[in-house]
Design a protein around this ligand. Structure first.
Ligand code: FES
Length: 130
């Protein structure tokens, strides 16, 4: 993997990103961050579950959720859109960081931007914090 970065940003070649359904761990300063690809979007989440502090990204799994339609039927949600915590198996929406079981809990998200063929993960930006 080729990465270039400062202590506030990490630049990765797009080829270093994980395929959909997998998690790639990176470190930025003292932050351990999981990178995900959901559809065409790249997301960066803290490796810490907001419930009890489990290593959410480094030991969790990407899963596909089940959603209830307005008519009451169940169907599969977007493919690989959730990460499941290894300790209590709660699921978190990768795009928003929100916990499916307890919506008041949210994983810290890091800003991701595209710069040419690279992806830049930053510690700075306006994304929410738990
Ligand atoms: S520590 Fe993650 S769900 Fe409990």
């Amino acid at each position: 993997m080729s990465t270039i970065g400062s202590d506030r940003e990490l630049r990765l070649a797009a080829s270093a990103l994980p395929p959909a359904g997998e998690i790639r761990m990176v470190e930025l300063g003292r932050h351990r961050i999981g990178l995900f690809r959901v559809g065409d979007e790249v997301h960066a989440l803290a490796d810490r579950c907001p419930h009890r502090g489990a290593p959410l990204c480094s030991a969790g799994d990407v899963v596909t959720g089940i959603e209830r339609r307005p008519d009451g039927r169940l169907e599969l949600g977007p493919a690989g859109a959730l990460v499941r915590c290894p300790w209590h198996k709660w699921d978190f929406d990768i795009a928003s960081g929100e916990c499916v079981v307890e919506p008041r809990l949210r994983v810290r998200r890091y800003p991701v931007r595209h710069d040419g063929d690279d992806v830049v993960v930053s510690l700075d930006g306006g994304l929410d914090r738990p």
